[in-house]
Design a protein around this ligand. Sequence first.
Ligand code: SF4
Length: 224
Amino acid sequence: MILYKVNEIFQTIQGEGYFTGVPSVFVRLQVCPVGCAWCDTKQTWEAEPQDEVSFGEIIAKQADSPLWCLASEGDIIKQYQSLGFTAKHIVITGGEPCLYDLKPLTAAFEQLGCQCQIETSGTFEIQCSDKTWVTVSPKIAMKGKLPVLISAMQRANEVKHPVGTLKDIEQLDALLLETKCQHKVGIALQPISQKPRAIELCMQVCIERNWRLSIQTHKYLNIA
Ligand code: SF4
């Protein structure tokens, strides 16, 4: 049986990417060795033994914290049901969710009639159901020095690239060329910050190339 380290589970609206606006249950898993300097979920990076708590304490969380609990796919499904969530779109995120074999978890949600989406950096092998929508947000040349895997890029349904400067576009171009997937996958550029320079750059390149612009709408709305 696989035990997942769960940082939080909550219902909200998907704020970014292809499913923007879709009511979603987020299952955030703990641990990420990728090391993005601008990461907005740094509390998920480590799973310190002293931060292990019960699932009840994870559910009761009121703010971001490094607390986590161990849970099987059955435990997670039980919580989804007992919390009375109505969203049928499940976003499995992190941290880096692909540190785990997600086949049991995605299959269990699909048995309930849910659609799963994974948000991953593309630096670990993706193990999930065939029907799962895979969003790869490729983290290139980050502190953890983990390469983006060709297999991850080729499994992606959507590549959602964080962009701060022109260098980020150049790195994406090189990755798309190397992985030969630019014509097979939907590509979205996502400004790293809400800074006008990053937004203008993304808009310009999206219009030139017919790519999508992904705005982190939850940050404008100030919701989770
Ligand atoms: Fe943060 Fe995601 Fe980068 Fe990990 S991959 S450091 S969770 S932004």
